[in-house]
Write a protein that binds this ligand. Structure first.
Ligand SMILES: Cc1ncc(C[n+]2csc(CCOP(=O)(O)OP(=O)(O)O)c2C)c(N)n1
Ligand SMILES: [Mg+2]
Length: 889
């Protein structure tokens, strides 16, 4: 019996009795009975108002006792040889890239800490997709990529030339620095190197897989999502931010493996504490199954000898900063500072040499312990599992960086260090060979290579691999959306409401209806989508266990196991991650989904921009709807809500196609086109569309305008004639187009100016097209120059060009190089504030009056008008010339 040598113990005999009693319960009635008794006892204590003396952490030791470890079936030595080769080649590829050009970078130490964690997975657990099974999904720690490439090299998937192309991606696609499906579309599945995005994505991946299973769209079978993350990475709010969802939803298809090497980039993760203990508490509190893999087999014998519990006590006491020293300073230091604290402990290791003490291994470097943890994790039901594996950063680098604070950045080893590394891992290279850091791959028929291939063959083939070819969906034609093209006669409707109606039509579509996934972060009522609650149901893995308060209403809050709507709570990052998993389901589940994520546009790109970037990398296909958009259109909500820049942010994602439509028919044309592009033609892009909550009459589709709507600009009203004396071209988007129309009326009525009106559905798309034309012309000087679409549109028109939007001026300004004449832009630079739409538009100088004055001023510049006309307009339209610039307020 373990006895704590504890000075706090007031009555050790009484303690002994309790401990013995519990021991006999454990022996005779099992763990569950013991847990029950402890729970009852804790109820007695907490009834008094006292806090329980223990936290939700367990002692600093492995969760799985030796007696319950599943036994690893394979050949330990063979696997070590293979792992050693992977270690060597991973190190060599980073080093060779930096020998070639010292600026290329790369990481050695991270993979050396996680090599065993991956190896055990590859040898026994990670299943590749096969005909009968979709395979497991694995999120690799981004900067451990060299190790993953090194394994693929041994498997014969990469040549030495390809390894030598690591981080040289511009010419013929070298191996990408980190996992990027955009750059290696047949290989990497998930971009993870932006810390925190892997864990968040993995949780929602597992969630969407359950959703698909529940709705009968795809069989999740026993597929697992494995997410490897760093212990430093767990400090990112995104890493831990969604773990309670995983616990609540009982995502037992999800396994986190946290590589607890106790270090991040600059130094220790928790020098003054213990990251494993901290994470244990956090994850357990969130409802996860926690498996700690702290100690390797070498410690088992010492634990056996630990009759007084002193070893455990010392382990509990030592801090991560101390543990880092034990590995960076070696065996002698560890003997003195760890074991030496208690004489009984020092004598426990008397028989061990310093070298043996140094080799007392950590759990994450012991394949047996790692295997046991993985075996338990894949069997665990009803909860997600987190494996907290203790490792050593820079394992095997010795003096070149093992457990040193600087190890993260080590990219080169000197010859001496290379030789020690070779010796430590028994790489069959001579002293001379080592100097050039060659790759090493044994012959294909060597026992190692045969073993390696057999293991992967048993698990369905090599990994990573990404499915990049899929059968397209049959999407509805524009004629199927004809009711949305016809206009609303005299009924006033917002584009948000128009969108909801289009969505309802799509949901009823016989081909893609069931594939539509509406996603909202607690804003469905804001967007008028609450009708979908009842109609489609909100997905919940347990259905609805209570009666909703509005159950007697037509549109009651209906949760359902087969619900189609995903209502992700007030959690834009999570809702976006759900969208991301749905938008890549075509690749990851062989089941294309068409997700529509509707959110407050201010809390989209601005809040979760890094995920939006990752969506581009992932080749996500789906729609993002920025609701209540426009700095002046969302009138009452003020500075934090009014979005005047999401389109500018959207323009930064190369394959995000974005629109700011004014009319329902534009929206219908854009959505139908997007469906066709993404799901029929399989173009790797996604759509961002802003919708507004301002009501107005929706006109019918002007015949022939479809192409212009898609390209980003079309002539909405041609008011000038060859006889017109004064002509101006006015452009607008979103609701501000309506101000443009009103400005045209003022110009006509008061100044005899004929304004042609252009609806500019996407300045972002116009700019992209213009830039590509400009580039082509530069590179083809001898050929007939091409004409940009903007220039082509304006070719046969007259007068200066004025554009106004509800976004920052830079949004419309983007097409300036392609406008063949004078171009002026109006926009909503500056912080928003609450007021009525009319007042806001005047404040931001984008209302009809400012548009009219701008047009007149531009015409004066071209000598089309007297300067006095601008002054007259300023007077007439009551423009305050001393009003401060809103951009500065
Ligand atoms: C969002 C983000 N911030 C910063 C970085 C830069 N960075 C790359 S690795 C790293 C340290 C990672 O430490 P840890 O998660 O413990 O991984 P380890 O290498 O120790 O396994 C940092 C800060 C990043 N990649 N992403
Ligand atoms: Mg770390």
């Amino acid at each position: 019996m373990e006895r704590e040598n504890d000075t706090d113990d007031l009555d050790s005999e009484e303690t002994e009795e309790w401990v013995l009693a519990l021991g006999s319960v454990l022996e005779n009635d099992g763990v569950e009975r013991a847990q029950y008794l402890l729970q009852r006892l804790s109820h007695v204590v907490t009834k008094t108002g006292a806090q329980l003396p223990y936290a939700i952490t367990t002692p600093y030791r492995n969760t799985i006792p030796v007696s319950q470890e599943a036994r690893m079936p394979g050949d330990l030595f063979m696997e070590r040889n293979i792992r050693s080769l992977i270690r060597w080649n991973a190190m060599a590829m980073v080093m060779r890239a930096n020998l070639k050009d010292g600026t290329l970078g790369g990481h050695i130490s991270t993979f050396q800490s996680s090599a065993t964690l991956y190896d055990v997975g590859f040898n026994y657990f990670f299943r590749a997709p096969t005909d009968g099974h979709e395979g497991d999904l694995i999120y690799y720690q981004g900067h451990s990529a060299p190790g993953i490439y090194a394994r693929s090299y041994l498997e014969g998937r990469f040549s030495e030339e390809e390894l030598d192309s690591f981080r040289q991606e511009t010419e013929g696609g070298g191996l990408s620095s980190y996992p990027h499906p955009w750059l290696m579309p047949d290989y990497w599945q998930f971009p993870t190197v932006s810390m925190g995005l892997g864990p968040l994505q993995a949780i929602y991946q597992a969630h969407i897989m359950k959703y698909l299973g529940s709705r009968g769209l795809s069989d999740p079978s026993d597929r697992k999502v494995w997410c490897f993350a760093g212990d430093g990475e767990m400090d990112e709010p995104e890493s831990q931010g969604a773990i309670s969802l995983a616990g609540r939803e009982g995502l037992d298809n999800l396994i986190f493996v946290i590589n607890c090497n106790l270090q991040r980039l600059d130094g220790p993760v928790r020098g003054n504490g213990k990251i494993i203990q901290e994470l244990e508490g956090v994850f357990r509190g969130a409802g996860w199954n926690v498996i700690k893999v702290i100690w390797g087999r070498q410690w088992d014998a010492l634990f056996e000898k630990d009759r007084l519990g002193l070893l455990q006590r010392r382990m509990d006491e030592a801090l991560d900063g101390d543990y880092q020293n034990y590995k960076s300073r070696g065996g002698e230091y560890t003997r003195e500072h760890f074991f030496g604290k208690y004489p009984e402990l020092a004598s426990m290791v008397e028989d061990l040499t310093d070298e043996q003490i140094f080799r007392l291994n950590r759990g994450g470097h012991d394949p047996y312990k790692v295997y046991a943890a993985y075996a338990a994790a894949v069997k665990h039901e009803g909860q997600p599992t987190v494996i907290l594996a203790k490792t050593v950063k820079g394992y095997g680098l010795g003096l070149a960086g093992e457990a040193q604070n600087y190890t993260h950045s080590v990219k080169k080893l000197d010859v001496g260090a290379l030789r020690s590394f070779r010796d430590r891992f028994d790489i069959p290279l001579s002293d001379g060979d080592v100097e050039t850091v060659p790759y090493y791959r044994p012959p294909a028929d060597s026992p190692e290579m045969v073993y390696l291939r057999e293991r992967r063959a048993a698990l369905g083939g090599p990994l990573p691999q990404r499915r990049n070819d899929l059968a397209p969906l049959r999407v509805p034609g524009l004629e199927d959306l004809s009711t949305h093209l016809a206009g609303t006669a005299d009924r006033e409707v917002s584009t948000t409401m128009s969108f909801v109606r289009i969505l309802s039509t799509l949901i009823k579509d016989p081909n893609i209806g069931e594939r539509i996934v509406p996603i909202v972060p607690d804003e469905a009522r804001t967007f008028g989508m609450e009708g979908m609650f009842r109609q489609l149901g909100i997905y919940s893995s347990v259905g609805q266990l209570y009666q909703p308060t509005d159950s007697d209403q037509l549109m009651f809050y209906r949760e359902d196991e087969k619900g189609q709507v995903m209502e992700e709570g007030i959690n834009e990052g999570g809702a976006f991650a759900a969208w991301l998993a749905a938008a890549t389901s075509w690749s990851h589940n062989d089941c294309p989904l068409v997700p529509f994520y509707v959110f407050y546009s201010m809390f989209g790109f601005q809040r979760i921009g890094d995920l939006c970037w990752a969506a581009g990398d992932l080749q996500a296909r789906g729609f993002l709807l920025g609701g209540t958009s426009g700095r002046t259109t969302l009138n009452g909500e003020g500075l934090q809500h009014q979005d005047g820049h999401s389109h500018v942010l959207a323009s930064t994602v190369p394959n995000c196609v974005s629109y700011d439509p004014t009319y329902a028919y534009e929206l219908a044309v854009i959505i139908q086109h997007g469906l066709r592009e993404m799901f029929e033609l399989m173009k790797p892009c996604y759509y961002y569309i802003t919708v507004m909550n301002e009501n107005y009459v929706q006109p019918p589709l002007p015949p022939g305008s479809e192409e212009g709507i898609i390209k980003g600009l079309y002539l909405l009203a041609s008011n000038s004639t060859p006889k017109s004396k004064r002509v101006v071209q006015l452009m607008g988007s979103g609701t501000i187009l309506r101000e443009v129309l009103a400005a045209a009326d003022i110009l006509k009525a008061e100044f005899d100016v004929d304004a042609d009106i252009w609806s500019a559905t996407s300045f972002n798309e116009l700019r992209r097209e213009g830039l590509s034309v400009e580039r082509w012309n530069m590179l083809h000087p001898a050929e007939t120059p091409r004409v940009s679409y903007v220039e082509d549109c304006l070719a046969d028109t007259r007068g200066p060009v004025i554009a106004a939007t509800d976004y920052m001026k830079t949004y419309a300004d983007q097409i300036r190089p392609f406008v063949p004449r004078q171009y002026r832009v109006l926009g909503t630079d500056g912080f928003g504030r609450s007021d009525t739409r009319g007042k806001l538009r005047r404040f931001f100088e984008v209302d009809r009056n400012y548009i009219a004055v701008t047009a007149l001023s531009a015409m004066v510049d071209e000598n089309l008008l007297d300067a006095g006309e601008v002054e007259r307009a300023i007077d007439l339209l009551k423009i305050d010339v001393d009003k401060p610039d809103p951009a500065t307020l």
